[in-house]
Design a protein around this ligand. Structure first.
Ligand code: GAR
Length: 197
């Protein structure tokens, strides 16, 4: 049986698309069995619908405690019975109320090298630092999520991306996204292969 992936995405879902394509082509021996989002306007929902993948919207409620949201989110994700939970542009910090349901089974993608630029807008911050002469490269990492550390955890794969400050932020962002799509698919291909070894 191929591995069951649930993808959590808050936005455009270009990385979700890469995973869907990787599964469809057989590069990843897995199926995306569900896509969960926190935002009704996430384009990831359209991509999932187009691929005929089940979706679940878990919107935060007014005044809801983070841990209460995470408990509801865990229930929604668990209902898909995932082998792996993939955070692909998931833009909420997760607490142990979610993480502890899926020990060693949560994978996060972040557009920076290990130990660098955690949180939002990592690409823009890397670009600003490069313009200030403080860095000449950034990168992408895929890592496990063992605890509440933001964009931090055992690294599964990372790849650096040079920053050409004579170009544009848009071009740099595009090069980061190209590397993300490739690195996430490669990493999930390896993980799903070990599921079956
Ligand atoms: C990606 O660049 C991903 O690495 C980043 O959000 C973007 C989602 O793009 N995630 C983080 O910054 C996590 N801290 P996508 O919706 O097109 O896949």
């Amino acid at each position: 049986m191929s591995s069951r992936l649930v993808v959590l995405a808050s936005g455009s879902g270009s990385n979700l698309q890469a995973v869907l394509d990787g599964c469809a082509s057989g590069v990843i021996d897995a199926s995306v069995v569900g896509v969960v989002t926190n935002r009704i306007d996430a384009y990831a929902l359209v991509r999932a619908d187009d691929a005929e993948i089940a979706t679940e919207l878990v919107s935060p409620l007014d005044g809801e405690e983070r841990r209460d949201y995470d408990t509801r989110l865990a229930g929604a994700v668990a209902s898909f019975e995932p082998d792996w939970v993939i955070l692909a542009g998931w833009m909420r910090i997760l607490t142990t109320a979610f993480i502890d349901h899926f020990p060693d089974r949560i994978v996060n993608l972040h557009p920076a090298l290990p130990g660098e630029l955690p949180g939002i807008r990592a690409i823009e911050r890397a670009w600003s630092e490069a313009l200030a002469g403080e860095r000449s490269e950034s990168g992408v990492m895929v890592h496990l999520v063992p605890d509440e550390g933001v964009d931090d955890g055992p690294v599964l794969a990372s790849r650096s991306v040079p920053i050409d400050v004579s170009g544009t932020l848009e071009a740099f962002a595009a090069s980061i996204h190209d590397v993300e799509h490739a690195l996430l698919v490669e990493t999930l291909a390896k993980l799903s292969a070990t599921d079956h070894s």
